[in-house]
Design a protein around this ligand. Structure first.
Ligand SMILES: C[S@@+](CC[C@H](N)C(=O)[O-])C[C@H]1O[C@@H](n2cnc3c(N)ncnc32)[C@H](O)[C@@H]1O
Length: 237
């Protein structure tokens, strides 16, 4: 079987993906289209699989909340909080996620804020960021990752999915599409675009004391998806 055929099959929503997409049925046509495009353009399943199966998880830059919904629906032991600077997207997320609001919440948060969890020490079992850091200047990406790392409990994970800067043809294709989305159509909030190689981010997180694994998620895909799984040493107290 060609690798492309496997990738096509992997893109089809699984049961939790279908349930997550169905949450948006009552939303505007734009929100429905946006969530559908997000599902097919981003490999949500391996990102969700990199998160702990239980515990409190924060998604920074959750947009309409599709990934948070999916991550909660595929593992009943998880509860998620999604934050975003875009109040319109959060309003759609809150409406769509209402049927599962006991396990997934969405809130507006200012740029750079990493909220505390409602757990005993305020730390999160995991924090996940999916295709958001590139909307910040490099120094702000570094600062946000450092702020997020500080809020992950010992033994917890910081999972980051962004676009790699290689291979160059995929990186060029991605930049073209994002320029259209951020600067021309203004579908996505963000004044800047800075694609930092995941290897560089991995170095930042290692400096902060995390063990980091970098995985490519772009086999059979046009976009250079890459994921960092960063684990904070220690165990929860
Ligand atoms: C490409 S979307 C990804 C949304 C979601 N993570 C997903 O995978 O579907 C990027 C999101 O980042 C949000 N964003 C941009 N700058 C942000 C910031 N400084 N803090 C939090 N969210 C931000 C945008 O509003 C947008 O919803």
């Amino acid at each position: 079987m060609a690798p492309w055929a496997g990738a096509q099959r992997a893109r089809r929503p699984d049961e939790a993906g279908r349930q997550a997409l169905a949450l948006y049925r009552g939303e505007s046509r734009g929100a429905r289209a946006h969530t559908l495009v997000r599902w097919f353009s981003c490999p949500f399943a391996p990102i969700a699989a990199a998160l702990p199966t239980h515990g409190r998880i924060l998604e920074i830059g959750c947009g309409h909340g599709l990934f948070s919904a999916y991550a909660a629906l595929i593992e009943p032991g998880r509860s998620l909080v999604g934050t975003d600077i875009d109040a319109d997207k959060i309003a759609h997320a809150q409406a769509a996620l209402a049927p599962i609001s006991d396990r997934v919440a969405a809130r507006v948060a200012p740029d750079g804020e990493v909220p505390d969890s409602d757990g005993p020490d305020g730390g999160w079992d995991a924090i996940v960021i999916v295709d958001m850091l590139y909307l910040l200047p490099e120094a702000a990406q570094r600062a946000l990752l450092r702020g997020a790392a500080a809020k992950v409990r010992p033994g917890g994970r910081l999972v980051v999915k962004e676009m790699s800067t290689s291979p160059r043809w995929k990186a060029r294709w991605n930049r073209l599409q994002e320029t259209l989305s951020v600067r021309v159509l203004r579908i996505t909030e963000g004044g800047t675009m800075a694609f930092v190689d995941p290897g560089v981010m991995a170095g930042w997180l290692r400096t902060d004391g995390f063990g980091v694994e970098v995985r490519r998620l772009d086999a059979g895909r046009l976009h250079p998806h890459a994921m960092l799984i960063a684990t904070r040493p220690g165990t929860a107290s």
